[in-house]
Design a protein around this ligand. Structure first.
Ligand SMILES: [Zn+2]
Length: 165
């Protein structure tokens, strides 16, 4: 069996310490959603692609406000985040057909948070046998997508949801 690592994570691993500012605040302010890989904007929170995904379709949901504390967030914010997570699950389930999901938060640096001051959820589709690497085995078809492809694929689906709301 041959393994290939997720090569798009390399610049992240190398540059994470040098990146200045908060990626969520920057994405929120960008006028161009495509540049920030923003898929959906709600009233209090938004959905964006992780620029350094472990697997294709790795989404993040974050509040517009730069806040660290989820437990102290207002109910309208946490309710909306829950709605956006459900929306993300629904769209990924139908279009990527993963075998499962990881859904959660890293709160605090010691818990593995890259950006600890601006809380955010990760939503990661999982396939049997992926385990952070993508096994390339004879008959197994592995979908490897770059970020622009994922964005182009998901963007219209979230747009449709925007119209329905
Ligand atoms: Zn922020």
């Amino acid at each position: 069996m041959r393994y290939i690592a997720a090569p798009w994570r390399e610049p992240y691993v190398r540059n994470v310490e040098q990146t200045k500012g908060c990626i969520f605040c920057r994405a929120r302010r960008l006028k161009d959603d495509k540049r920030g890989y923003v898929l959906y904007r709600g009233a209090h929170s938004f959905i964006l692609l992780n620029k350094f995904p472990y697997l294709p379709g790795h989404l993040m949901v974050a509040p517009y406000k730069h806040i660290a504390s989820f437990e102290q967030s207002r109910k309208e914010l946490s309710d909306e985040i829950s709605d956006l997570l459900k929306m993300g699950l629904d769209i990924l389930k139908k279009n990527y057909r993963p075998h499962g999901f990881n859904l959660g938060m890293n709160l605090g640096k010691s818990a593995g948070a890259g950006i600890a001051d601006h809380f955010h959820f990760h939503l990661i589709p999982r396939w049997t046998g992926d385990s952070n690497f993508m096994p390339i085995v004879g008959r197994t078809r592995v979908v490897i997508e770059d970020l622009d492809t994922t964005y182009a694929r998901l963007c219209p689906l979230f747009r449709k949801k925007t119209r329905k709301r």
